[in-house]
Design a protein around this ligand. Structure first.
Ligand SMILES: NC(=O)c1ccc[n+]([C@@H]2O[C@H](COP(=O)([O-])OP(=O)(O)OC[C@H]3O[C@@H](n4cnc5c(N)ncnc54)[C@H](O)[C@@H]3O)[C@@H](O)[C@H]2O)c1
Length: 363
């Protein structure tokens, strides 16, 4: 059970954030205040299972808006902040980096500033209990050769506008601890996959294209290696670090699941061959199509997650095989969710028409 009364979760309408909100509501007794501006990546329909819970609140707020964020803190008096709101797609950061600088760097700065002023005024017991947990990525460490793993001591070497903006925000969070004593935690996680992922990232793009008999575009030769973690394992790890991690520490989170992109796509195709025996597109691997590589494409990421395992006794509960089977099954069963994303109908929840940009690109 959580020892925290109220947790502000930023980005709670996104892929990982919604898994965190579902986890906290379902597995703890804490109240969640979901602070999300609902960009194209925010989808309140991902929270349908918990949105009627008396411990769930939603605030449509931009994390760059100092006054609005301060007002959220004044009204909800959080015991902790779990900060996930971000622009998160590498390809979008290459096409248009400015919103990444704004949200990921200025937004994190704004939250830190509000949190510090709020924390300064807390009573001693609440002050020592308060935590600011920043959720980051392994991409800040750059690219690995064929051997080696990212540890918490690996020097930062971000290569894309996305990873550079996340690295900047990590540095700000660390500086707010060193300079002002704000009790922060940072986690750097490998690639996530699972239910409710927006269909612009590798795994959902491949599943949905394959179901529709569309080409499965793969960057380069598909030999880039990523380390995969099932999203619910990440959500549980985040709550564990938030409640039991040591302030000022960084924890790497990963599943020790290295796969080339081509291996991932082939695994999805085999699962679909098995689960959709009547599909006219079998064998789905025949849809694979290689396209020009992404600019500055990092070769390999791999996480050493031994610190969180050793110090907090965490390890993932899903293997890649079990997690991928669950994920493919979820997309086959939850057509309404992703059809409303692809059509743009999910934006009607927030009174907007579709932007229709699901980014069906190479992966
Ligand atoms: N997806 C991954 O594989 C992965 C891996 C490691 C770390 N991360 C990090 O985890 C976090 C969540 O990733 P995700 O994949 O769930 O992202 P996502 O793109 O699915 O969701 C981001 C959420 O943030 C919200 N948001 C964006 N800008 C905002 C703003 N200015 N104010 C308030 N809300 C805003 C969006 O509406 C959306 O709900 C990010 O910080 C990301 O860097 C992601």
């Amino acid at each position: 059970m959580s020892t925290l009364g109220t947790i502000v979760v930023t980005g709670g309408a996104g892929f990982i954030g919604s898994a965190v909100v579902r986890h906290v509501i379902g597995a703890t007794d804490a109240t969640v205040v979901n602070v999300d501006s609902l960009t194209y990546a925010g989808n309140l329909e991902s929270l349908a299972d918990v949105s009627d819970d008396s411990r769930y609140r939603f605030e449509r707020v931009d994390i760059c808006d100092f006054e609005a964020v301060r007002d959220v803190f004044r009204r909800h008096r959080p015991d902790a902040v779990l900060h996930l709101a971000a622009e998160s797609h590498v390809d979008r950061s290459i096409d248009g980096p400015s919103v990444f600088v704004r949200t990921n760097i200025v937004g994190t700065y704004t939250l830190l500033d509000v949190s510090r002023a709020y924390w300064d005024d807390l009573e001693p017991a609440a002050r020592s209990r308060f935590r600011f947990h920043h959720v980051s990525t392994d991409e800040v460490y750059g690219s690995l050769p064929a051997e080696g793993l990212f540890t918490e001591d690996t020097p930062y070497h971000p290569n894309s506008p996305y990873s550079a903006s996340k690295a900047s925000s990590d540095h700000l969070v660390r500086a707010w601890h060193q300079t002002y004593g704000l009790p922060v935690l940072i986690t750097n996680c490998s690639n996530n996959y699972g239910p409710y992922q927006f269909p612009e990232k590798l795994i959902p793009v491949i599943i949905l294209n394959a179901i529709a008999g569309k080409p499965l575009p793969i960057y380069g030769t598909g030999d880039n290696v990523r380390d995969w973690l099932y999203v619910d394992d990440h959500a549980a790890a985040l709550h564990l670090v938030l409640t039991h991690g040591a302030a000022g520490e960084t924890y790497n989170i990963g599943g020790h699941v290295e796969r080339t992109n081509l291996d991932v796509v082939r695994s999805i195709c085999s699962l679909l061959d098995e689960l959709c025996p009547d599909s006219p597109f079998r064998p789905h691997a025949s849809l694979i199509s290689f396209v020009t590589d992404r600019l500055g494409h990092d070769k390999r990421y791999a996480i050493d997650a031994s610190k969180i395992q050793r110090e907090l006794d965490w390890k993932p509960s899903e293997t890649f095989e079990s997690g991928l089977r669950k994920t493919v099954g979820w997309y086959l069963n939850e057509r309404v969710w992703w059809e409303r994303v692809l059509s743009g109908a999910y934006r009607q929840m927030v009174g907007e028409s579709s932007n229709g940009e699901t980014g069906q690109r190479a992966v």
